[in-house]
Design a protein. Sequence first.
Length: 277
Amino acid sequence: MTPPPALSPLQALVLAAVQGVTEFLPISSSGHLILVPYFLNWPDQGLAFDIATHVGTLLAILVYFRADLRDLVIGFFTGQPRSADDDYNPRHLAWMIVLATIPAGVLGLLIKDWVETQARSPLLIAGTTIVYGLLLGLADRVGRHERKLGDIGWGVALAIGMAQALALVPGTSRSGATMTAALLLGFTRPAAARFSFLMTIPVYVLVAGKQAKDLLETGMTSTELIPMGIGIVASAVVGYGVIAWLLNWLRSRSLTVFVVYRLILGAVILATWFLRG
């Protein structure tokens, strides 16, 4: 079987930047990574490049939240409180992150083949983009915006984890779904975003591990090495900047701009699909 054509350096740079931006904003990275090649008639980026961008965005989270991760790891094993003045117990929050990871892991195993083969339709992505955008706007408007990280209990963690599992469907947005759930449960925007980012870490480790296993079984070509390198670096740098920007934005602003973007994007996808169909 002839391998798919490799991405050019420019294509790799664009797709990695798209991953870095859309992974952390509530607008769906998987949807954009399907739509960009679709609209530009580019080749599918392939498994090796997907691994590279997942590694890059994972590095962005690890570097940005390095102080939180240090406190979570030390607190989990020792029970020691945070070194900074904050509102949560590290051991408790670590357990909540683990619990919130379980639903996505279980559902991912059950619907993996469907997501990879049948859930890539532009029509489906348009629908999830619009519907979950409206839900995000509703949650941002009606949420109490009072609760903080220290208020996350078992029920809350499981509910947000279930929302994360829904984001396996392209167009939903992992950060969008988890932030929607957290806002509906009364959390502040910064707290919702921070927990959303922190609970990404175990999911990314699991996803990258599974993808690496699949890549070892299928193999890769030497032409994929340069796009992979670009993918790791570009998605890490862009992702770090987006995390910092979004957390600063949410301290004083709403999520309305992302809701409007999702509605416009969904409408554009629908119009394009009908015109091409």
